[in-house]
Design a protein around this ligand. Structure first.
Ligand SMILES: C[S@@+](CC[C@H](N)C(=O)[O-])C[C@H]1O[C@@H](n2cnc3c(N)ncnc32)[C@H](O)[C@@H]1O
Length: 241
């Protein structure tokens, strides 16, 4: 039978694995490219000559991955303090190095980069308009500002991802809670909501790991900047997790 202590310990262990997975992003991503380079190198010289552009592209992909990786320590800086009630440093018998990385973790880190584009960059504006505006319009219609105290209306956003919809609802005066169980998303949304203060400060390469549905290698290397909002109006708000 599992005791409460076992559950806390397992959760802490999982949390540390997520941190380890974030930290392994550069190494794991480079290994994948190096594997491609190794395959390329195994071809005959004659065939390799046909693939010079591909070889150069792989070199350029590494530079983009490196830039994505530079962003990880910035996110990690506050990760240990994101939850008010659990996961504090004292609350553990595990160490980060002991727990290892998650096998599915690299894909999750990659999807966070895409989600940053969708939720917090200007390039994601059209997609946000299509997905979030109908919800926001409906809420505005249901609770007109002149007819209710918006802070007394409690709205839940299930599966909140990187928190943009929850942020939009809260910024219209409602009491809003986003519900999300993916720690990769939670750690990055904590960074975005509580620690990003400068417009377009960060540059990431959301499609760098995507090898299909690209018109060219150059589209794979497109970058986006976030955060697009002036968070100055929300400076005094602490978004709780
Ligand atoms: C398709 S994503 C959508 C994210 C965001 N709402 C958006 O529109 O960009 C679904 C999200 O729901 C989260 N999710 C799925 N099941 C959940 C559950 N049972 N509890 C909390 N979060 C959940 C996933 O981790 C994921 O981030």
């Amino acid at each position: 039978m599992h005791t409460d202590k076992d559950v806390v310990s397992e959760e802490r262990k999982y949390f540390l694995s997520v941190l380890q997975t974030f930290q392994s992003y550069r190494k794991q991503s480079m290994l994948r490219i190096e594997y491609k380079e190794k395959c390329l190198a195994s071809l005959t010289d004659h065939h390799q000559k046909w693939l010079v552009k591909y070889k150069n592209d792989l070199e350029a992909f590494k530079k983009c991955i490196d830039k994505n990786a530079n962003y990880i320590p910035i996110v990690m800086e506050h990760a240990n303090n994101i939850f008010e009630n659990v996961y504090s440093n004292e609350n553990t018998s595990h160490s980060e190095t002991e727990v290892g990385t998650l096998s599915e973790g690299l894909d999750k880190v990659q999807s966070v980069f895409k989600q940053l584009m969708r939720d917090w960059s200007s390039l994601g504006a059209k997609e946000r308009m299509q997905c979030y505006d109908p919800i926001i319009d409906e809420i505005e219609l249901e609770f007109p500002i002149a007819e209710c105290a918006r802070d007394e209306i409690f709205i839940l956003v299930p599966g909140a991802g990187l928190g943009r919809l929850a942020f939009e609802i809260a910024s219209r005066g409602f009491s809003c809670q986003g519900n999300e169980f993916n720690l990769f998303m939670l750690i990055v949304s904590f960074h975005v909501l509580n620690h990003c203060k400068v417009v377009n400060e960060f540059e990431v390469y959301p499609w760098i790991h995507q090898y299909c549905n690209n018109l060219s290698a150059e589209t794979q290397m497109l970058s986006v900047r976030y955060l697009i909002l002036l968070t100055i109006f929300f400076e005094r708000i602490n978004y709780c997790f």
